[in-house]
Design a protein around this ligand. Structure first.
Ligand code: URA
Ligand code: SF4
Length: 248
C-alpha cells in the first residue's frame, strides 16, 4: 500500500471510530496526502494532567495495603468508620464489576437507591450510565463501577474534603488491583479527586490525563445530564475518546 493510501485508510478508520459519516471511496484513487482532510482535533485530545499518588507500600501495616482482592477492599469498607459519613449510611457501596475490567468508571458517591442496595449507580443516573456504556458496546458487567466516597452523603450533598481524603485510599487501591486500561471520571468530584486538581470539569474535558500512568478521561456526571440534556452531546464525545483509548 502506498503511504497515501495507508494514511487515508487510517484516517477513515479514525473517522468511523469517531462516529463520522461513512465515506465511500470510488475511483479515481484518493488524492495525494497533501490534500487529505485534516484529522479532527478531537481524534487526538491533548495530554492533560498526570497525577501519581504514591503506590502502596509492601511493608505497610495498613490493612488496606494487605487487601489483595476487591472483596478484601469491600470488606474493609463495610467496617469503615474513618469519616462522619459512616453514621448516616444504610449500606456501604464499595463498587462492583469485573476484577479484570479494562474500564473503571468513577462517580461521586452513593445516592438514596445506592445506599439502600449497596450497589453503585442503580438509580436514575445509573440507568443512564448503563445506556452510555451499552452505546460503546460495553455491557455494565464488563466494567468496574465505583465512587469516590463509599457512603452516602446526607441529602446527596457534595462529599467534603475530609471525607474524600479519608475515603480515597480505597479507590486508589481498587484501581491498583484492577489495573484498568482506561479510567472514566464522571463529574467534577471524581475528576478533581483523581487528578488532584481544582480545575473545573469544563476545563478538564477533551484531554487525556493520566492517573498513575493510566489514561483518564473526564466527562459530565450522568445525574447532571438528567438535569441538562445539552451536555449529552459532549458526554458522548468524551465517552468515545475513552472507547478509542480502549481499542489501542
Ligand atoms: N451518583 C454517583 O455518583 N454514584 C452513584 O453510585 C449513584 C449516583
Ligand atoms: Fe469510610 Fe469512606 Fe464510608 Fe467515610 S465514606 S466511612 S471513609 S467508607
Amino acid at each position: 500500500m502506498t503511504d497515501a493510501r495507508a494514511l487515508a485508510a487510517a484516517y477513515l478508520k479514525q473517522q468511523r471510530l469517531l462516529g463520522g459519516d461513512s465515506v465511500v471511496i470510488g475511483s479515481p484513487a484518493p488524492e495525494p496526502v497533501t490534500t487529505l482532510p485534516p484529522v479532527s482535533p478531537s481524534a487526538h485530545p491533548p495530554a492533560g494532567i498526570s497525577f501519581d499518588p504514591p503506590a502502596s507500600d509492601l511493608f505497610a501495616t495498613d490493612p488496606l495495603q494487605q487487601a489483595h482482592s476487591l472483596a478484601d477492599v469491600a470488606a474493609l469498607v463495610a467496617g469503615c468508620v474513618k469519616c462522619k459519613l459512616c453514621s448516616g449510611r444504610t449500606k456501604t457501596v464499595p463498587g462492583e464489576g469485573l476484577a479484570t475490567a479494562r474500564l473503571v468508571v468513577v462517580g461521586e458517591g452513593p445516592g438514596k437507591t445506592e445506599d439502600e442496595t449497596g450497589r453503585p449507580f442503580v438509580g436514575r443516573a445509573g440507568e443512564l450510565l448503563t445506556k452510555i456504556l451499552e452505546a460503546i458496546k460495553l455491557p455494565r458487567d464488563q466494567v468496574f463501577i465505583c465512587n469516590v466516597v463509599k457512603c452516602r452523603p446526607p441529602e446527596n450533598r457534595l462529599p467534603q474534603y475530609d471525607e474524600i481524603a479519608a475515603c480515597v485510599p480505597y479507590l486508589h487501591r481498587q484501581i491498583e488491583l484492577i489495573k484498568p486500561k482506561v479510567i472514566l471520571a464522571m463529574g467534577g468530584t471524581a475528576a478533581q479527586t483523581l487528578l488532584s486538581t481544582k480545575q473545573s470539569l469544563g476545563s478538564l474535558r477533551n484531554q487525556v490525563h493520566r492517573f498513575r500512568g493510566i489514561p483518564l478521561v473526564v466527562t459530565y456526571h450522568p445525574a447532571a445530564l438528567l438535569r441538562n440534556p445539552n451536555w449529552k452531546r459532549p458526554t458522548w464525545d468524551d465517552v468515545r475518546i475513552a472507547a478509542r483509548l480502549l481499542e489501542n
